[in-house]
Design a protein around this ligand. Structure first.
Ligand SMILES: [Zn+2]
Length: 356
């Protein structure tokens, strides 16, 4: 436990923890978006995984590296006339490496980062390994320090073995970071707030690094929206599976099919078939980024024959990940949260009657 935690007599509560994260992000000038990506990764991992009985969570450095690929994969597309957007002040960056590997992977028919991870493509594997070094040397080393100072308080995890010249051997030996007791639970409970905050800072940084007039609202959708073209292959198989009916309202799909992320993409970016359904445009647009009632989520997870669709389209199933993310996301929801059932129809979340 860090000195500060000891002085305060125990783990930080969730609100104080979130306040510390916000303060950390707001202090000093950033050279790249990597700290933001690291924090985002830690939050997503905390939502998807339960802590150990002592309240800690062990996070492999490799897992953070996988998340980096997932976040930057859609972001390395061309943004209008601006081309590929810079994500750091200088130097060859993590997104450049991801863009190079992505080209190779796309040629091999792998349309999403998750698909590449699932098949363990060599280009993907070496990318993750290469990024891991940069992630250990930079954001994991510097995450909890005030830029250009020696002020450091390891309130999230013990970073004393991390430094900016870490070798592959050292990283192999360390292998993981361990989030302090209370941190996983605190990050999970404040995940929605923190994610929204991190996204806005991320978009702001990108505007700063590119010195161009970028439209902030347009940019947010570009940076953090799902790459829908990658999912187009699912439209017909899912429509067929659902007998040409909308997953939510059961109406016939007469116009175009929309693919909806049951657990909203903005909440947890999971492009797995287990999290995707075919809907009519009305329900998809009506639901937008809302959290659905639990019943929709359970129905999505109880579908059969999804693995055939996953192998035919080469979009991974990600059942376990979707299932544990859903558990984590609902567990983090405060009582009274508004959930979406149908267009114009919402319900208050009551964990004591989860199916109500
Ligand atoms: Zn519908």
């Amino acid at each position: 436990m860090s000195d500060l935690q000891q002085a305060a007599g125990g783990p930080l509560d969730a609100v104080d923890l979130a306040a510390r994260v916000v303060q950390l992000v707001e202090t000093g000038r950033r050279e790249s978006t990597y700290k933001l990506a690291t924090l985002m990764a830690l939050i997503d991992i905390c939502v998807e995984h339960s802590p150990a009985p002592d309240g800690t969570l062990t996070v492999p450095i490799d897992e953070i590296s996988h998340r980096f690929v997932g976040y930057y994969w859609p972001q390395v597309r061309v943004f209008h006339q601006h081309g590929r957007l810079a994500q750091s002040r200088q130097g060859r960056s993590i997104p450049d490496k991801i863009a190079d590997a992505k080209q190779v992977l796309l040629q091999d028919g792998l349309r999403t980062a998750e698909a590449a991870r699932e098949v363990g493509h060599p280009a993907y594997r070496s990318l993750v390994r290469e990024l891991r070094t940069t992630i250990a040397q930079q954001p994991l080393t510097h995450l909890q320090t005030v830029p250009r100072s020696r002020i450091r308080d390891d309130f999230l995890f013990d970073a004393s073995e991390f430094h900016k010249k870490m070798t592959v051997t050292e990283i192999d030996r360390i292998g993981v970071i361990v989030l302090w007791p209370g941190v996983p639970e605190g990050l999970r409970r404040t995940s929605t707030l923190l994610r929204t905050f991190l996204r806005s800072r991320w978009a702001q940084d990108v505007i700063g690094f590119n010195r161009a007039e970028l439209d902030a609202e347009d940019l947010d959708g570009f940076l953090f929206g799902s790459d829908r073209t990658a999912l187009r292959a699912l439209a017909e198989p899912l429509r067929e599976l659902q007998n040409n009916r909308c997953f939510y309202c059961d109406g016939r799909i007469v116009t175009e099919v929309h693919i909806d992320h049951v657990l909203p993409w903005s909440l947890l970016p999971i492009d797995g078939v287990a999290n995707l359904v075919a809907t009519d445009p009305r329900c998809n647009l009506g639901k937008s980024a809302s959290m659905p009632v639990l019943e929709h989520m359970s129905r999505a997870l109880s579908r059969t024959s999804l693995s055939d669709i996953a192998s035919a389209t080469r979009i991974p199933l990600l059942y376990k990940r979707t299932d544990s993310a859903a558990r984590g996301a609902y567990a983090a929801l405060p009582t009274g949260s508004v959930l979406w059932r149908a267009v114009g129809s919402y319900e208050m979340y009551d964990p004591s009657h989860p199916n109500g």
